[in-house]
Design a protein around this ligand. Structure first.
Ligand code: SF4
Length: 416
């Protein structure tokens, strides 16, 4: 994809602050793990982070490290190390690249922040709301280091979220507390949890607001920017600095929008991206779409860190709802209605489904959804075969050819 013409758009000024925030996050974790000044928990990206923060843990997100391994293109090199231990090339390539990097003694944190290794945890806490792979991933480290493995098992492929789902998940959250109190050495404080949930709720509202600046065109930023700027919503929600960051970013995006400054100059098409990013090709894909006058303005992936349900007045029940009503947890009917709503609200004229080889959980093309959605909405869909981290699964030439043909087809349809 290297030959796509790069269209020059000024970079977002907020990026500088983003870099400072992320450096602070990793150095804080590194120091805490090395000096034992504070307990560290590893947590899944849509897991019970707020509960851990309320109990005094610093939280580290291995999926974020997985994305860094992908973006730095270290992943493809280290995945075979995990394969050699019996972790299949067909399972989550976050898992295989993270475990592979550990076995190889490598990390992108070294180059980015001069940090030798991810922080050693005092607890590993998963939520299977996204997949089973996260539990297997954390189990590897639990066995390797003798660290307690705790978790929440969520109902999957559900339609409406019902009371029995919420009662069960809320009870599982409460059930984590005694072990976490013992590991972290701090008593649970309900008021502190309410405070953190309030911060997370605000972060979620701001993250929604920044994403929605692309709802009416021309979009001031695209999916490829959003995947970078979502980092605070993932790793720093529940902390005031994340909210300050999104206020800054929102002001800049609104200014861009008011000035009519488009991320894709001459925007002709507006796409929805369904599925995982292809981390090692973000830049070249951004250039490719831009060179075709196409802006990817919305995505399921970036929306996954919008948690409308958080409510400090009902902490456990609202956490249970927020972490259960996610797109990835739901059935096909819910997902199709969700995407149709976004087609309307973001004026989408093309759907891109990324079939990520190693993540069936985030590849929603496999049970006929693109065809059904196209038939019902009249919006064309394209499936791209690739992977989040394992670039051996991606044919760049095929992707370019297919996308060019797809855009040509949309252009022709627009002229008739
Ligand atoms: S949802 Fe997919 S990418 Fe995320 S941890 Fe699970 S298998 Fe990996």
């Amino acid at each position: 994809m290297a030959s796509a013409k790069t269209l020059e758009v000024p970079p977002l000024a907020a990026t500088r602050r983003l870099k400072e925030l992320m450096a602070g996050h990793f150095h804080e974790l590194d120091q805490a793990a090395r000096t034992k000044s504070r307990p560290v928990a590893w947590v899944t990206s849509v897991g019970p982070a707020e509960l851990l923060l309320s109990l005094g843990f610093l939280v580290y997100y291995p999926e974020n490290h997985g994305a860094m391994l992908g973006a730095s293109r270290m992943a493809t090199e280290v995945i075979p190390r995990a394969n050699a231990l019996g972790y299949s090339p067909e399972i989550c390539s976050y898992l295989t690249s993270d475990v592979g990097a550990y076995l190889a003694g490598q990390t992108p944190l070294k180059r980015a922040y001069n940090i030798e290794a991810p922080p050693r945890p005092d607890a590993l806490v998963f939520n299977t709301n996204q997949c089973r792979d996260v539990k297997d991933w954390f189990r590897f480290y639990s066995q390797e280091w003798g660290v307690p493995l705790l978790g929440v098992h969520t109902h999957r492929v559900i339609g409406p979220v019902e009371k029995h789902h919420l009662d069960d998940i809320a009870a599982q959250f409460r059930g984590l507390i005694p072990a976490l109190e013992e590991i972290g050495g701090r008593k649970f404080d309900l008021d502190r949890l309410r405070e953190i949930l309030g911060l997370s709720a605000e972060c979620s509202r701001l993250w929604r607001a920044v994403l929605e600046t692309a709802a009416t065109g021309p979009a001031p930023w695209t999916f490829f920017d959003q995947t970078i700027h979502m980092a605070p919503a993932v790793v720093l929600r529940g902390r005031p600095e994340a909210n300050d960051y999104y206020r800054l970013l929102l002001a800049e995006l609104k200014e861009r929008r008011d000035q009519g400054l488009a991320a894709v100059p001459g925007e002709r098409h507006r796409f929805y991206w369904e599925g995982m990013p292809i981390w090692g090709k973000l830049r070249s894909l951004a250039d490719l779409f831009a060179s075709l006058g196409s802006a990817v303005v919305a995505s399921t992936y970036c929306n996954s860190w919008i948690f409308d349900a958080f409510d400090p007045d009902e902490p456990f029940e609202s956490m249970a709802r927020a972490y259960t009503e996610l797109f990835i947890v739901r059935d096909e009917a819910y997902k199709e209605a969700y995407i149709k709503d976004h087609i309307e609200r973001f004026a989408i004229d093309g759907l891109i489904f990324h079939d990520a080889r190693t993540c069936p959980n985030n590849s929603n093309n496999r049970y006929g959804m693109p065809r059904r959605l196209s038939q019902e909405t009249g919006v064309a869909a394209l499936v791209i075969n690739g992977d989040l981290n394992d670039l051996r699964c991606l044919s760049e030439e095929q992707t370019r050819t297919n996308l060019e043909a797809f855009v040509e087809q949309l252009d022709e349809a627009a002229q008739t």
